[in-house]
Design a protein. Structure first.
Lengths: 224, 474
């Protein structure tokens, strides 16, 4: 195995007509890694904090998600109302997260909640989100004990609770938050960035929603 | 997969005569390319991002050994494994051994062109391990025993009716005995059938769009969510990626992501962009217990430092084929191997040999649209020209073409002769009439006019005659 490794690495060095990086060449790439330069600024990602929420909602809807802006106290009501509006079952699989436990679900007498990972037969899941990206209306989900990845993927309908304060401008702002939360070298097992429901264009280039992941995505944007 | 690139000319004949294929291809022009144009217009910084995307890839290629080692270090630090595969055979062996180590009977695969490149499915099947393609397009062509015809839309050559027939034939035994007519019903049926296969699979195998050296993450960009099910439900996740997929940092990924989705499908962002870093962590409720990355070279390190190096910037968006008049006329299968279109015409001779694939770099009008839309600004026409030069040097060019070129260069170096011959040709062509400015058939030119018109010479004589006449006018 180690010979295969050196065969490839030495082949690269031979083609580049140099040995292993050393001296200034090595220092340059090391400092580029330590202080990653950003690409050209995207004006859309630099909006004022007050406009971020509106921009996020605009792009999320452009990408076929539905959005409801609600106060924290209204989250459980809006979930129940959304399910009723769309004729969906009142059985939901919920991420066991402190954020979601902060809402008063006991007020929803009709709602039956199972907490845990996603199962193949789940119709509806409710999860939080690590962040929202205004630039493209994208949700960022970081895996962990409080957020099983399967809840993002298996159910037909994914309901996401996103706090306004977690909406950032662009992708780069998410990387900063991830490094602050997990450490520069320690990403969670999975970071899903999700933009709207699952889709495919594989039959005659015509978009159909709900290929393998959720057909429907509803985002509750919560004022704090 | 086995290359049929040497049979390009025969493949083209078949493709042009296939009405289903021509019907499907006619949708390309209004589909991907129009959506790309609109997406690029919505982002004022798009051109600046393309420049940076090119620079990022150039920087990475110049330091490829460093970034690969850095990537490996990070993967290992978080409990994953990295395997180095100099050749396709090495990669097949590594993956087969990994599958056998967990007694795998089925492998849920998400679309990977590198897996096609190393003919992984055939190898696994020989060992009694069933690979299950889960990307809808790949699933359709797996049922039909066909290779992909496009790198991001593998079943783009098929019509809805063909898909309906295929599903009826293969799903009947599962109890689906109604022939479907609506696209959403076809998608729903495939979702239902594949869902159980995901839940049963022992191994999930995905490709990678990027490998991030800074974090040791593999990055996957998809729309269906199948890759994410593949990397979450089975107990082992194997990432198969070629060495040039590595990039330095997450900031670089942000730049590349902004140009990738827009160039590929005209989306602002693909539905799923996922970073996977190592296996399941303590306390996680799902995720694989083992995480392996197989790094494939298969000739790429030898392309570095040559005049072909720029092809290694390719991020596999498919824009070059979506905008190519030749791809648009013949589709992907005619190219005879995994990578079709302009990027395939450059990469295939490199990976399967110029003797096998010498026709491909010739299948270009050099119109330049591929280069004009490439998100990492690969000069594809220039690279195809390099292949033509190499082909000529190695005497692979057919005799008729060599003789034609010799004759042309003889005449072109003798201006007097050239002028009188072109004047005669112009007059002879005029005899056949030029009512609508083109010929549908011409003696001795059947090979040309069978599938396209030959342009008529303009009224007023040859270019030389017109140029002279124009200069005489005050």
């Amino acid at each position: 195995m180690s010979t295969d490794r050196s065969q490839i690495l030495n082949g690269i060095r031979r083609s580049l007509r140099r040995g292993e990086l050393a001296g200034d060449g090595l220092k340059d790439v090391q400092s580029r890694l330590a202080q990653p330069p950003r690409g050209p600024a995207v004006a859309r990602a630099q909006v004022a904090p007050a406009d971020k929420v509106a921009l996020f909602c605009q792009w999320a809807e452009f990408n076929n998600a539905t959005v409801a802006r609600v106060g924290a106290a209204d989250v459980p009501d809006e979930v129940t109302a959304f399910l009723a509006r769309n004729n969906l079952p009142a059985n939901v699989a919920m991420a066991p997260s402190p954020l979601l436990e902060g809402y008063d679900w006991s007020s929803q007498k009709m709602l039956s909640i199972r907490r845990g990972r996603g199962e193949g037969s789940d119709q509806v899941s409710i999860t939080g989100a690590f962040a929202g990206i205004a630039e493209t209306g994208t949700l960022v989900m970081a895996s962990g004990p409080d957020h099983p990845v399967s809840l993002n993927l298996l159910p037909d309908t994914h309901v996401v609770v996103l706090r306004e304060t977690d909406i950032v401008g662009g992708y780069e702002d998410v990387w900063v938050r991830l490094r602050e939360r997990y450490g520069k070298d320690r990403m969670p097992r999975t970071v899903n960035t999700i933009t709207g429901p699952s889709r495919t264009g594989d039959i005659e280039q015509t978009i159909e929603l709900g290929a393998h992941g959720p057909r429907r995505m509803h985002i509750l944007v919560v004022r704090e | 997969m086995q290359s049929t690139a040497h049979a390009f000319k025969d493949n083209v004949g078949t493709a042009l005569a296939d009405p289903n294929l021509q019907d499907s291809l006619s949708k390309l022009k209004v589909g991907f390319s129009e959506r790309r144009r609109q997406a690029a217009e919505r982002l004022p910084e798009f051109e600046a991002l393309r420049d940076r995307a090119r620079d990022i890839k150039n920087h990475t290629l110049a330091n490829l050994d460093f970034y690969l080692e850095e990537f490996e270090r990070k993967v290992i630090a978080l409990g994953g494994h990295v395997h180095w595969a100099p050749t396709a055979a090495d990669a097949r062996r590594i993956i087969a051994d990994l599958c056998r180590s967990v007694g795998a009977r089925t492998v849920a695969k998400s679309k990977s062109m590198v897996a096609e490149e190393i003919a992984l499915n055939e190898h696994l099947e020989e060992l009694g391990i069933a690979p299950i393609e889960t990307d809808l397009g790949e699933y359709i062509i797996q049922l039909r025993h066909e290779p992909p015809s496009h790198i991001i839309a593998p079943a783009v050559h098929l019509t809805k009716d063909q898909v309906a027939d295929t599903f009826l034939e293969h799903h009947r035994k599962l109890g689906f005995d109604k022939r479907l007519t609506e696209r959403n019903d076809l998608v729903a049926e495939a979702r239902y059938v594949l869902r159980q296969k995901f839940l049963d699979a022992d191994v999930g195998l995905t490709g990678a769009n990027f490998l991030v050296a800074e974090t040791g993450s593999s990055m996957l960009v998809t729309n269906e969510g199948n890759a994410d099910l593949s990397n979450t439900l089975p107990k082992m996740h194997i990432v198969l990626a070629s060495i040039e997929k590595v990039i330095p940092t997450l900031e670089d990924a942000a730049v590349l992501l902004r140009v990738l989705a827009r160039s590929a499908t005209g989306q602002e962002s693909s539905a799923y962009t996922t970073l996977n870093t190592g296996p399941k962590r303590p306390g996680d409720l799902d995720g694989p217990e083992q995480y392996h990355v197989v790094l494939l070279d298969n000739g790429r390190s030898g392309v570095l430092g040559t005049e072909m190096q720029e092809i290694l910037r390719c991020i596999r968006c498919g824009a070059c084929m979506n905008h190519c008049p030749v791809y648009g006329a013949v589709g992907g299968h005619a190219y005879g191997w995994v990578y079709p279109g302009p990027m395939g015409a450059v990469l295939t001779p490199q990976l399967v040999g110029v003797e096998e694939a010498s026709n491909l770099p010739n299948a270009s009008t050099f119109c330049g649209r591929c280069e004009s839309v490439c998100p990492v600004r690969i000069p594809l026409p220039k690279l195809m020209r390099h292949w033509r030069e190499r082909e000529f040097e190695r005497h692979l060019t057919p005799r008729a073409v060599r003789q034609g070129l010799a004759l042309w260069s003889f005449v072109a170096r003798r201006p007097g002769l050239y002028r009188s011959l072109t004047a005669i040709a112009n007059r002879v062509l005029s005899l056949f009439g030029r009512a609508d400015g083109r010929y549908r058939s011409l003696p001795l030119a059947g090979g040309w006019t069978r599938f396209r018109d030959f342009p008529a010479p303009p009224a007023g004589g040859t270019f030389h005659t017109q140029w002279k006449a124009a200069r005489k006018r005050p």
